[in-house]
Structures are given as structure tokens and as C-alpha cells.
Ligand binder design. Structure first.
Ligand SMILES: [Zn+2]
Length: 291
């Protein structure tokens, strides 16, 4: 399967229980994200876990708009951000101190070192909402499980993995009892225990149907339609111009003196935007004129 492009998310449920799940598997969409910079492998993996996580969240928190997870760290990692919109466009980036040695393995808690993790919901029409995710345990999975149990009051389990070529995730959630078709008291315990046996190479290497069959061959698993996901950047000339204008006239003028125009490369997709002195002077008035 390694040579096949597979970027998709699929929902599933177990018949006669109140347990539902999601599985995401991405390769080229993830590779598009990590190829923008020379990331150390351990950061490619961490970014991959965040990409898989935002894909899962996107399908669970249904809003018409953009969902993002952002980490701000005080160690070698300063920022890590992934984002997904309602059309399953994914993008992400990490910024780190390139002068520091990056360990091969680390815990999320160590990386953040007193920083924070936040989930932001930005509906197309409506108020932006940001929720801080409590840092518990060593992994993003544990933090997300905590987030779900607090924000949705639903027991949830998350498994994430990434290896620099693929990233993937598995999600299980126990819905309120009234939605159970019949009582199966042990179902949640049983399904999460079986999912806990999943190996990284299975999470990253097996198609969803095969993976679920391997884990749950004795259960009635119902698979829903797959949804394609892809790398996609929401940058635009106008949004970039807005960011430039927010620098203020003094700084823009300095950039114009140094460079003749203002050049901005989108860090997510490498798109180049150039704003000429005339264009900026029109917007800023004479303050931006360098001559
Ligand atoms: Zn872009």
C-alpha cells in the first residue's frame, strides 16, 4: 500500500452498541505538509500526529468553518499548528530552534514546557471560539481524550501515529446511553481494549477495512462512506496583504527601502506574494513613500 495515494477519513460504528469511531490515514497530504521545511524526523512525527488529530477532530466537531490545533512551547519547539476546513483541506507547520539538538523522542509535556495547547473553532459566520486543552500525560492522544471528556462529556479514546511518510489515527467514542440500540455494557471496555493492541505499523499501513477486521473480526462493524482529504492552503493575496498592513506604516516603509517591494512567502504552501511600493503607498498614503 506504500505506493498508493490514500488520504481519507472513514466513520464506523458497532451494531447494537453506543460506540462509534473514526479512522484517518494520510500519506501524500501529510508529505505535502512536512516537505515545506527540513524538519528533523521527530518533529515530522509530532506534526504528523497533529495532522491526523485535526483530521479526526474535523469530522467529530461539525462546523462550517476552520478548525485548528495550536501548540506553543517554551523548549526547542516554539509553535506547531495544524488546520482543517470544511472541505477537508489540511495544512500545518512547526517552528523550532534550529540551533538546538532535537531529541529523537520526547514527550509533548517536555516540548511544551509550560506552554499551551489550544483548539480553535472559527465558523464561517460567527464567533471564534478557543478552548485550552489541558496537558495531561505525555502524548497528544491523552490530551485530546481529556479534551473530549471535558468538552463533550463523552468518554473517548484516541490513537495517533506518524512516521514521516504516513500519519494515521483511530478514534472511539461512547455516545450517551439513550442512543444505544440495545444494552451492551461491556462493549466500550472491550472495543477500547482491542484498539489498544493496535501497532504503529497497522495504524499506518493498513486500509481501514482491513485494520478494523483485524481488531474486531468478532464484532459487527458498520463502515460509512470514506471522505477524501487533501493538502490545501487558505492563503490569499488579500489575507497576506492584511497581514502586511498590520505591520504598520513605519515597518512597511523600512521593508520598501531595503527591498524595493514587500515579498511574502506563505509558510504553509510556499506561494509567493509581492506588493509593490505603489500598491502599498496607495493604501498607506504618503507615509510609505520612500522617495
Ligand atoms: Zn499558502
Amino acid at each position: 500500500m506504500n505506493n498508493v495515494t490514500i488520504n481519507e477519513i472513514q466513520r464506523f460504528s458497532f451494531d447494537n452498541t453506543n460506540v462509534r469511531g473514526e479512522r484517518v490515514l494520510l500519506n501524500s497530504a501529510y508529505q505535502e505538509i512536512i516537505k515545506r521545511k527540513q524538519y528533523p524526523l521527530s518533529l515530522e512525527k509530532l506534526l504528523g500526529e497533529f495532522v491526523a488529530a485535526i483530521a479526526l477532530l474535523r469530522d467529530i466537531i461539525k462546523i462550517d468553518g476552520v478548525l485548528s490545533i495550536q501548540a506553543k512551547g517554551n523548549g526547542f519547539l516554539s509553535t506547531l499548528m495544524t488546520e482543517c476546513d470544511e472541505n477537508q483541506n489540511l495544512r500545518g507547520i512547526a517552528q523550532w530552534d534550529e540551533n538546538q539538538d532535537i531529541p529523537d523522542t520526547f514527550s509533548l509535556k517536555d516540548v511544551l514546557d509550560g506552554g499551551y495547547l489550544a483548539i480553535t473553532i472559527q465558523p464561517r459566520n460567527g464567533q471564534r471560539y478557543q478552548g485550552i486543552v489541558e496537558i495531561v500525560g505525555d502524548t497528544l492522544s491523552e490530551c485530546l481524550e481529556q479534551y473530549f471528556s471535558q468538552s463533550e462529556q463523552l468518554p473517548s479514546r484516541v490513537w495517533l501515529a506518524a512516521n514521516g511518510a504516513q500519519c494515521g489515527g483511530l478514534f472511539l467514542q461512547r455516545l450517551p446511553l439513550e442512543q444505544a440500540k440495545e444494552g451492551d455494557e461491556d462493549a466500550w471496555e472491550r472495543f477500547t481494549q482491542l484498539a489498544s493492541t493496535v501497532k504503529e505499523e497497522e495504524l499506518l499501513g493498513l486500509e481501514t477495512e482491513v485494520l478494523l477486521h483485524r481488531l474486531y473480526h468478532e464484532e459487527e462493524v458498520r463502515l460509512y462512506d470514506t471522505k477524501p482529504m487533501q493538502f490545501g492552503c487558505s492563503c490569499s493575496r488579500q489575507r497576506t496583504l492584511d497581514a502586511v498592513m498590520s505591520l504598520g506604516s513605519e515597518e512597511i516603509r523600512e521593508l520598501l527601502i531595503e527591498q524595493g517591494s514587500v515579498m511574502v512567502d506563505c509558510q504553509f504552501c510556499a506561494e509567493k506574494y509581492e506588493f509593490t511600493e505603489d500598491e502599498l503607498a496607495d493604501l498607506l498614503g504618503d507615509q510609505a513613500k520612500t522617495h
